[in-house]
Design a binder for this molecule. Structure first.
Ligand code: RNT
Ligand code: ZN
Length: 421
């Protein structure tokens, strides 16, 4: 796209938005407050580098597809992430899973991990000038093979996962301390039952006990913040999920920690965008896992759809950016993974910029005056406002490819790097 046409289109768009009382430059400035945490697991289909043959298994998370070019080492994950960072406007963070530790070929079980195994990641984040978030990995492990981790009735296994979580929290606190930005530690467990269980309560008592034990140490909020992620069901766990939304929302409120809302983890007619203002009445902050469920928690690449738009709009309308931590959670192994990454992250960013270009005051005035036709009509008209001109200019100003142009950059990267793996 020619520089001239980007600027020209932007100037016209700016006028159109100004007619609605929207300040486009202020919106682009506000985009600085939107930090998106990039989930490292899009680079290698949630495999990790624990043992030579680490592979995703168990617990209802599934990456489908075998498109060539997947990252097979930490160096390759970083190479990919650096490429992704270059193609995105705005601010990002890294969201690391414990299985991505730098173990140097050594077999380090999850109850043995230490800060030293993640120091090279912390250093990498420092070099990139970004913050880091972290996740306990309670899946793809022999001690999770029976479908239970923190809620296991096998005391040896339960203790093992409690130890893992404790260590992950300590690593998070150290990462946050070193990077000068609080590390959000998220706990998600696959625990549940394929068929109708009897002792739902027993497992929930154990999960609560395990979380209490693992979270005994209170770290300063400037270093780390805890989040717990609920889920409705997983493949192979259709009948009961121990860590349900009711369970974790209760736990988060009681302990004033973060609730993690993954928009693939609810009934398809429920919208996470609607949950934010409910949860934030009772907890200080939430963590989001922005994803695209197609019929189930399929973790398709995020697109600019109404669900994602409602999430972004709710955050911006209510000035919740300081209380919402934004993570992504998709892993598509059937297409160019870096293309998936950039497309999905840009889609989430677009939703935020669109939200910032909304004349919210006008809409609220219509709503409060009972002018619901007018509200509906305005929302419809807003959908076709010249947003792309603003988006292109924003990308141009940020020094990243505008519009379709990032596609070619990813094709080049595929040719030069990914296809040689
Ligand atoms: C699984 C959860 C969880 C995982 C990641 C890898 O259903 O969404 O967040 O996707 O931790
Ligand atoms: Zn998730």
């Amino acid at each position: 796209m020619k520089e001239q046409s980007i600027i020209k289109a932007y100037e016209l768009a700016k006028q159109r938005y100004a007619e609605l009382g929207v300040d486009v430059d202020a919106a682009m400035e506000k985009m600085k407050e939107v930090a998106i945490s990039l989930h490292c697991w899009q680079t290698d289909d949630v495999g990790g580098f624990e043992t030579p043959d680490a592979a995703l298994s168990g617990g209802g998370i599934q990456a489908t597809g075998n498109y060539p070019g997947k990252a097979t080492s930490i160096a390759e994950v970083r190479e990919d992430l650096e490429k992704v960072l270059k193609l995105l406007p705005g601010n990002q963070r890294l969201n690391l899973h414990a299985i991505y530790g730098d173990f140097g070929g050594e077999k380090v079980d999850r109850d043995q991990i230490e800060v030293k195994h993640y120091q090279s990641w912390i250093d990498w984040c420092k070099e990139q000038g970004i913050g880091m978030d972290f996740n306990a990995s309670c899946f793809s492990h022999s001690k999770a093979a029976d479908g239970f981790t923190l809620s296991s009735k096998n005391e040896e296994n339960r203790k093992f996962w409690v130890e893992h979580l404790k260590r992950c929290r300590a690593i998070s606190a150290e990462a946050g301390k070193q990077l000068g930005s609080p590390c959000v530690h998220n706990t998600w467990i696959p625990d549940g039952s394929k068929d109708t269980p009897i002792d739902r309560n027993g497992h929930r008592i154990l999960l609560k006990k395990s979380l209490d034990e693992a979270m005994e140490i209170d770290y300063p909020k400037e270093y780390m913040k805890d989040a717990v992620e609920s889920k409705l069901f997983g493949i192979g766990m259709e009948s009961m999920t121990v860590g349900s939304h009711d369970f974790y929302l209760g736990y988060a409120i009681k302990n004033n920690i973060l609730i993690c809302l993954d928009n693939g983890h609810f009934h398809p007619t429920e919208q996470v965008g609607d949950k934010i203002s409910s949860c934030l009445q009772f907890v200080d902050e939430v963590l989001l896992h922005v994803t695209r469920p197609v019929r189930w928690d399929s973790d398709h690449v995020v697109t600019l759809n109404e669900d994602v738009q409602l999430i972004a709009s709710e955050i911006i309308r209510n000035d919740f950016l300081g209380r919402v931590n934004i993570g992504l959670d998709f892993f598509d192994a059937s297409i160019n993974r870096i293309g998936a990454y950039v497309t999905g992250t840009r889609a989430a960013q677009k939703a935020f910029l669109i939200a910032m270009l909304e004349p919210t005051k006008l809409l609220i005035e219509a709503e409060e005056a009972g002018q619901n036709f007018e509200r509906l009509a305005m929302l419809e008209e807003l959908k076709t406002m010249p947003f792309s001109a603003v988006w292109d200019y924003y990308c141009y100003k940020e020094g990243v490819p505008t519009g379709f142009n990032y596609i070619g950059k990813i094709q080049e990267y595929e040719k030069e790097v990914l296809s040689k793996r």
